[in-house]
Design a protein around this ligand. Structure first.
Ligand SMILES: *Cc1c(COP(=O)(O)O)cnc(C)c1O
Length: 459
């Protein structure tokens, strides 16, 4: 085989001093504000006091702020510097393997201690809770990435941490549980018999594999029951998306370093946080008329909240304890098939992303998992990183678009978030490589049944 000895730049790095020091809030730049969350009982817009049993005041303030930028506290910047700024890579070898004229860049978040983008928000969430004197945080985890990130962050600031892990992932990914425990947190299989919600929902055999919606109900119930405990959510909420914008702010600087401008920004969406984190700073530039990339969210065909869900007020959890949020939802009762991208198995989409989608500022598409793993293997064999199952969805679309560029000859510059590595997800690769992975088709009956219990909200 001929060895290619052309010297090309693969990696764009920033110094610690160049790391952005503020998070970006897109809300004031949107043509219309997103609809407010409603109280689950009265259906009136909620106020800060309704959220106080769940979150510290600093995060409640960030949830509703209309400031364009929020300064990152020094105590958070110090921790970010352990792995940030994260690298941006140009995928020269992948491009060559695809024989495409498209230029492909990926922002790699797998360099964090948890192996994903999740510590970008876990660290500030734990920080603000610690400052306000909270003793313990409860949370859910799907694939285990968020539980790992929060356990890591709690350990740094001396907080206790209790995690409800979705049953299917608890059974399939023991190493994630062990890593969470290594950071000092306690892990339960959800549905558990430790909460009223877990006992009630767990009584239905259909719920035995668990879901993010059920695990959220359990973690919320446990937090509300004790005034020294608060709850932390790893995606969906405005303050979570806000914290993740450090990804896109860095990527803007790195793309400038590369002297290139994306024509397509593509990311995977579970609750929407890594996608928002990468794309919102670029969307700011697009709204200002400086660049014009297409912004594309990719979701799994077995949990297609944006492309198949209804834009409606729904609960964030299965038991109906959270505020009602206007979002693209498959229904809070929807229990997705236990696909390998556990982090994408959420019935709803971030209200802010749902709103931006409704405004027509972005597109979405659903992709089946076998195509994603085919893309992941191509990526691993050229770029040397085994991706987490979630970002393989974005890679599948990046590859589709790179192949299209080959046919049309249209100038294509793709930027994607490689939001985590797959070192704890090798069983999924095993299933794929043995030819045992299947693409589930969700029946229209199942979609309809879950939508039937979405509450009626007069607007
Ligand atoms: C949690 C997770 C996701 C899904 O969450 P988003 O909020 O949509 O980003 C995707 N990829 C990885 C690696 C994750 O850990």
């Amino acid at each position: 085989m001929a060895i290619d000895e052309t010297v090309r730049q693969h990696k764009y790095t920033l110094t610690e001093d160049e790391m952005p020091t503020a998070w970006y809030n897109i809300i004031p730049d949107l043509p219309a504000p997103p609809p407010p969350p409603l109280h689950p009982g009265t259906q009136a817009p909620i106020g800060p006091e309704d959220l106080a049993p769940l979150f510290p005041m600093a995060l409640i303030a960030q949830e509703v702020t209309t400031d364009r930028y929020v300064d990152i506290p020094g105590g958070v910047l110090d921790v970010y510097r352990q792995w940030r700024p994260s690298p941006l890579f140009r995928a020269h070898r992948l491009e060559k393997a695809l024989d495409t004229p498209a230029r492909i860049y990926y922002k790699y978040e797998g360099v964090s201690p948890a192996g994903s983008h999740k510590p970008n928000t876990a660290v500030p969430q734990a920080y603000y809770n610690a400052i306000e004197g909270v003793r313990k945080l409860t949370t859910e985890t799907g694939a285990g990435q968020w539980g790992t990130a929060l356990a890591f962050a709690c350990a740094l600031y001396g907080l206790e941490c209790e995690v409800w892990q979705v049953g299917a992932s608890y059974d399939a990914k023991p190493y994630r549980r062990m890593m969470i425990e290594a950071f000092g947190a306690e892990v339960h299989r959800s549905p558990s018999d430790l909460t009223e919600a877990g006992r009630r929902l767990g009584a239905d055999p259909a719920n035995q594999s668990g879901s993010l919606g059920i695990a959220i109900s359990e973690a919320v119930e446990a937090a509300v029951a004790d005034p020294t405990v608060r709850y932390a959510l790893g995606s969906v909420l405005n303050h979570v998306l806000l914290h993740q914008t450090i990804i896109g702010e860095e990527a803007l600087l790195q793309m400038a370093q590369a002297g290139d401008t994306p024509t397509l920004i593509v990311g995977c969406t579970g609750g929407g946080s890594n996608f928002a984190g990468l794309s919102f700073p670029f969307l700011r530039e697009k709204l200002a008329g400086n660049i014009d990339p297409r912004i594309l969210a990719v979701e799994p065909a077995s949990c297609p909240s944006l492309t198949h869900g209804t834009y409606a007020y729904d609960y964030g959890d299965t038991a109906g304890m959270t505020p009602l949020m206007k979002m693209h939802t498959l229904g809070h009762d929807f229990v997705p098939d236990p696909i390998h991208a556990g982090g994408l198995r959420y019935h709803g989409m971030a209200p802010l992303i749902s709103h931006i989608y409704e405004l027509g500022l972005m597109d979405a598409i659903a992709v089946p998992q076998t195509e994603c793993f085919a893309a992941a293997v191509t990526f691993a064999r050229t770029e040397g990183i085994v991706p987490a199952p979630e970002p393989t969805h974005a890679l599948a679309m990046a590859i589709r678009e790179a192949e299209k560029a080959k046919e049309t000859g249209e100038e294509t510059v793709i930027l994607t978030a490689l939001c985590g590595h797959g070192h704890f997800d090798l069983a999924a690769y095993d299933a794929y490589l043995r030819g045992e992975m299947q693409d589930e088709v969700v029946s229209e009956e199942r979609f309809a049944a879950a939508m039937a219990t979405v509450p009626h909200v007069a607007e």
